[in-house]
Ligand binder design. Structure first.
Ligand code: ARG
Length: 578
C-alpha cells in the first residue's frame, strides 16, 4: 500500500526530531487525524512527551518542530494549547494524491510484506442450526479476510466447524438404531431432521442407561476408525454442510471447511508433548494445564483441560492442536479468531497454554481473538422469532431480501420484477451485513429490519444511493473519466472539494488501522463519511457545464472507485440503480 498521509507526516516529524534532538533515544512521534476541523487536517501531539524527556517547555519544543518541518505537503502549521501542532495540507498535495491513486489503482493495494494470515470464522457446530452468533462471526470474519486479501496477503479462510466430540456417539447410536433410511438417503434429510434426531438421541441418552452405554461405545468406535460409525458420522456432516453452504452462498462468503476432526491425529501427540514439557497436572483424573490468574466462580484455579478423565479429548485439545498445526504447518504470520465474546477466557488460556508449550511465540506470530457481542431483538432482549424459537438464519436472510423488495417496490414501482429481485438481493443481504459491521463489534447489536433498510443515516441503502447518484452525475456530463485522466489535472478550490479530497486520501490510513485493531466499523464509518462529504461537494460545487467540470468529473470518479472498493471489502454487491 502506498504510504498513507499520516505515515508520511510521522516520518517528516521523526526526521526533524532527530535533527533537532539527536541525543534523544527512541522519540515517539504521534501524528493523528485532528479531532475537529478547526484543529487542521492532522495533529502532532508529541511535543508534550518530548518536552518531558528533555525537561523543556512543550510549547517551545512544538515551535521548534513546527519551524523546522519542511514538506511540500504542508500548507501551514499552528501551535495550540500546551503544544499541539495543527497541520493543514496543501490543496495541490491532496489533488495529486487523489490523481495518482486514480491513475494507478494498484498503488493502494499492496502490503509492504506479504503475510500468511489465517482467519478462523463462522465455525458452526454439526447437527445444530447456525445461530445469529455464527452469522456475526461469518460477516465480521469475511470482511476482515477481504481486507487482508485486498492488501495482497495470503489468506486462509478456515471454517473450524464443531464436528468432533462425545455428543456424536449419541447421535450415531440413535441413527444406527432408528434412521437407517436417512443414512442411505442423505439427500432427503434436512438439518432440521438432524436436529430432531439429536434431541431424541439426547432424551434416550438421559433416560436409558443401556443406550448410554451404546452411545459411549460409538465414540470409541468412531475414534478407532470403525467403518459403520464413520459412515454415519460422514452423513451427519454432509447434511449439516449442505445447510451451511446454502447460507454461505446467499451471503457470498467462501470458506474452507477444516473442522475440529481435522486435528484428530495430533491430539495424543500434543497431550504427550505437554506432559513431557512438565505442563500437565492431573486434577480429578483429567490432564490439565494450570495458568496463573485463572480461577472459576468459586475462586478455584481454572484449568485448561487437554484430556478428560475418561481419556477423551475436547474443545481445549482441538484448539491447542489447531494452533500448533497453524504455526507449524501453515506457517501462519497472523491468526485471527472471530468468536463471540463469551469465549474470551478460553481464547486467552489457549494462547497462554500454547506459549507455555512453545507452540506459539507471540513475537513472531500475531494471534488475535476478535470478540463480538450478542445479537438482540428490537425489544433489547436476546434475538428470537415471534414464536419464541431461535430464528433460523436462512429465514432471517430471506426475510431481509423480501423486505428489501417491498421497500424497492414502493420507491420504484416502474421497475421490472427481474431488476427489483436483483437489487433486493444486494440490498437485503447488504443491509444485514452493514448493520452488523457498522456497530462496534464489541457491543451487543440490536437487529431491526426497519432500521437496516432505511435510506437515511448510516445504512447500506444510503451508501448505495449515494454511489448511484455519483455515477449519474458523472454520466450527465457526458465525459468519460478515463479519456481525460492523463490530460486533466484535479484542481481543488472550494472547501467542500478540499474536504472530500482529504477524505479520499484517508482510505489507506483507515485500512492500516483496521489491520491493527480489527474493527470493521472503521470501514463503514469511512464510507458513511464519504457519502456525506460527497453530498456536500455536490451541493456546493456544480459539476455539469462548470469551468471546473473535468477536474470535478475526476474527483467524482475517485469517489465512485472508493465506494466500489468499499463494497467489495464489505462483501456487498454494487447496484446500478436504487
Ligand atoms: N464451534 C464453536 C462455537 O460454535 C466456534 C469455534 C471457533 N473457533 C475455534 N477455533 N475455537 O461456539
Amino acid at each position: 500500500m502506498s504510504e498513507s498521509v499520516v505515515q508520511l507526516l510521522r516520518n517528516e516529524f521523526s526526521k526533524v526530531c532527530q535533527k533537532l534532538f539527536p541525543d534523544l533515544s527512541n522519540p515517539v512521534i504521534e501524528v493523528m487525524r485532528s479531532t475537529q476541523d478547526t484543529f487542521g487536517h492532522y495533529q502532532c501531539n508529541s511535543a508534550m512527551k518530548l518536552a518531558a524527556q528533555l525537561k523543556q517547555n512543550p510549547r517551545k519544543i512544538a515551535e521548534e518542530l513546527a519551524k523546522s518541518v519542511q514538506s511540500e505537503a504542508i500548507q501551514k502549521v499552528e501551535i495550540a494549547g500546551p503544544g499541539f501542532i495543527n497541520i493543514w495540507l496543501t490543496p495541490e498535495f491532496l489533488a495529486k494524491r487523489v490523481q495518482d491513486e486514480l491513475q494507478d489503482p494498484c498503488l493502494l493495494a499492496c502490503a509492504k510484506k506479504q503475510e500468511r494470515v489465517i482467519v478462523d470464522f463462522s465455525s458452526p457446530n454439526v447437527a445444530k442450526e447456525l445461530h445469529v452468533g455464527h452469522l456475526r462471526s461469518t460477516i465480521i470474519g469475511d470482511c476482515l479476510a477481504r481486507i487482508f486479501e485486498f492488501l495482497g496477503h495470503d489468506v486462509l479462510r478456515l471454517n473450524h466447524i464443531g464436528d468432533f466430540g462425545t455428543s456424536f456417539g449419541m447421535l450415531i447410536a440413535y441413527m444406527k438404531e432408528n434412521c437407517r433410511d436417512a443414512i442411505q438417503n442423505v439427500d432427503n434429510v434436512s438439518l432440521t431432521d438432524l436436529v430432531t434426531f439429536y434431541k431424541q438421541s439426547k432424551a434416550c441418552f438421559d433416560n436409558d442407561p443401556e443406550f448410554k452405554k451404546r452411545a459411549q461405545q460409538e465414540v470409541v468406535a468412531l475414534q478407532s476408525g470403525d467403518a459403520d460409525a464413520a459412515l454415519i458420522w460422514k452423513a451427519i456432516c454432509e447434511i449439516s454442510r449442505r445447510a451451511y453452504q446454502e447460507i454461505y452462498t446467499l451471503l457470498d462468503v467462501s470458506l474452507i471447511e477444516r473442522g475440529e476432526s481435522f486435528y484428530n491425529n495430533l491430539l495424543a501427540q500434543v497431550v504427550t508433548d505437554c506432559e513431557k514439557k512438565g505442563l500437565v497436572t492431573i486434577s480429578d483424573g483429567a490432564k490439565c494445564i494450570f495458568l496463573d490468574g485463572y480461577v472459576n466462580r468459586e475462586g478455584e484455579p481454572l484449568p485448561y483441560m487437554i484430556q478428560k478423565s475418561d481419556g477423551g479429548y475436547n474443545y481445549d485439545t482441538t484448539d491447542l492442536a489447531a494452533l500448533f498445526q497453524r504455526v507449524e504447518d501453515e506457517k501462519a504470520d497472523r491468526i485471527i479468531y472471530v468468536i463471540d465474546a463469551g469465549q474470551t477466557t478460553h481464547m486467552e488460556m489457549l494462547f497462554k497454554a500454547a506459549e507455555k508449550a512453545k507452540y506459539l511465540d507471540r513475537a513472531k506470530v500475531r494471534v488475535d481473538h476478535v470478540p463480538f457481542g450478542l445479537v438482540l431483538g428490537d425489544d433489547g432482549k436476546k434475538f428470537r422469532t415471534r414464536s419464541g424459537e431461535t430464528e433460523k438464519l436462512i429465514d432471517l436472510l430471506n426475510t431481509a431480501i423480501n423486505k428489501a423488495e417491498e421497500v424497492l417496490k414502493e420507491r420504484n414501482p416502474d421497475w421490472s420484477a427481474e431488476e427489483r429481485k436483483k437489487v433486493a438481493h444486494a440490498l437485503g443481504i447488504g443491509a444485514v451485513k452493514y448493520a452488523d459491521l457498522s456497530c462496534n463489534r464489541t457491543s451487543d447489536y440490536a437487529f431491526s429490519y426497519d432500521k437496516m433498510l432505511k435510506f437515511e443515516g448510516n445504512t447500506i441503502a444510503f451508501l448505495m444511493y449515494s454511489y448511484v447518484r455519483a455515477k449519474s452525475i458523472q454520466r450527465k456530463t457526458g465525459v468519460d473519466p478515463s479519456a481525460i485522466m492523463k490530460t486533466t489535472q484535479i484542481i481543488l478550490t472550494q472547501p467542500a472539494e478540499i474536504a472530500l479530497a482529504l477524505h479520499l486520501t484517508r482510505f489507506s490510513e483507515m485500512i492500516e488501522q483496521i489491520v491493527q485493531d480489527l474493527l470493521p466499523n472503521r470501514l463503514t464509518d469511512y464510507l458513511y463519511e464519504l457519502a456525506e462529504k460527497f453530498n456536500a461537494f455536490f451541493r456546493d460545487c456544480r459539476v455539469e457545464g462548470a469551468p471546473e467540470q473535468n477536474s470535478r468529473v475526476l474527483l467524482t470518479e475517485a469517489v465512485i472507485r472508493t465506494f466500489e472498493k468499499g463494497f467489495i471489502l464489505l462483501g456487498v454487491r454494487p447496484v446500478e440503480r436504487m
